[in-house]
Design a protein around this ligand. Structure first.
Ligand code: VGL
Ligand code: ZN
Length: 216
């Protein structure tokens, strides 16, 4: 069945930034290969929102901030449950760096909002809706509600982190939420893709293919 986006639908493009693409600081395998699909999908939507991971130097999620830690080790986040375990990453998406810029081939001139997240030094934000304390809002839910945008289609990077958490929070906040799976790529830490698949299924967030929206 072909899905046809309408006036209350939005495409949410998560973190399509240089640092998550090959050659970047936190490169996702083939992260750049989804750009043409996302550009084509964007043409089908009246409303497109981009998110941008946007960290200050010495961000809590950077391994380099913690003297005795290496990337991909974990810490107990000071803000506590429910996701008390914070993965530590290589320094990435530092505010105003080239790595934080959108991939140069991303071409969505009609995108209406660029939502930056992860800008507070002491808290990470995978989700476009809530920071990693699962409490502090980014403002996106209010924006979408004020604009009467009720159905969301998520694409971008990375499937198993920012796409996963954004989709689940979107769904929990009352938006009709779908992930366009072939327009995402995962970081792929041990178990992270299976965990994302299970979490999305548990929240009844469907995964579809871009061909269900693109005619060709
Ligand atoms: C992301 C790890 C750290 C993402 C952002 O966009 O999925 N992953 N920061
Ligand atoms: Zn980040």
């Amino acid at each position: 069945m072909l899905l046809s986006p309408g006036p209350t639908d939005a495409l949410l493009v998560i973190d399509l930034q240089n640092d998550f693409c090959p050659g970047g600081a936190l490169a996702v395998a083939d992260g750049d290969t989804i750009v043409p699909t996302i550009n084509a999908l964007a043409q089908k939507f009246d409303h497109v929102i981009l998110t941008q991971d946007w960290h200050p130097r010495n961000h809590i999620s950077f391994a380099s901030t913690h003297p005795d830690k290496e990337p991909y080790e974990t810490i107990e986040a000071p803000y506590g449950p429910p996701d008390i375990i914070q993965t530590l990453w290589p320094d990435h998406c530092v505010q105003h760096s080239e790595g934080a810029a959108f991939h140069p081939a991303l071409s969505i001139p009609h995108a209406e909002l660029i939502l930056r997240k992860g800008f507070r030094r002491h808290i990470d934000s995978y989700s476009a809706f809530l920071e990693n304390d699962h409490f502090t809002p980014t403002g996106l839910a209010g924006y979408l509600r004020e604009r009467s945008l009720t159905r969301l289609f998520l694409v971008g990077l990375a499937y198993d982190f920012c796409v996963r958490y954004s989709a689940i929070d979107g769904k929990n906040l009352g938006f009709d939420t779908t992930v366009i799976e072939d327009a995402t790529r995962p970081v792929n830490l041990p178990g992270s893709v299976a965990a994302a698949n299970e979490a999305l299924a548990a929240s009844s967030v469907p995964r579809i293919q871009s061909t269900e929206i693109l005619t060709t």
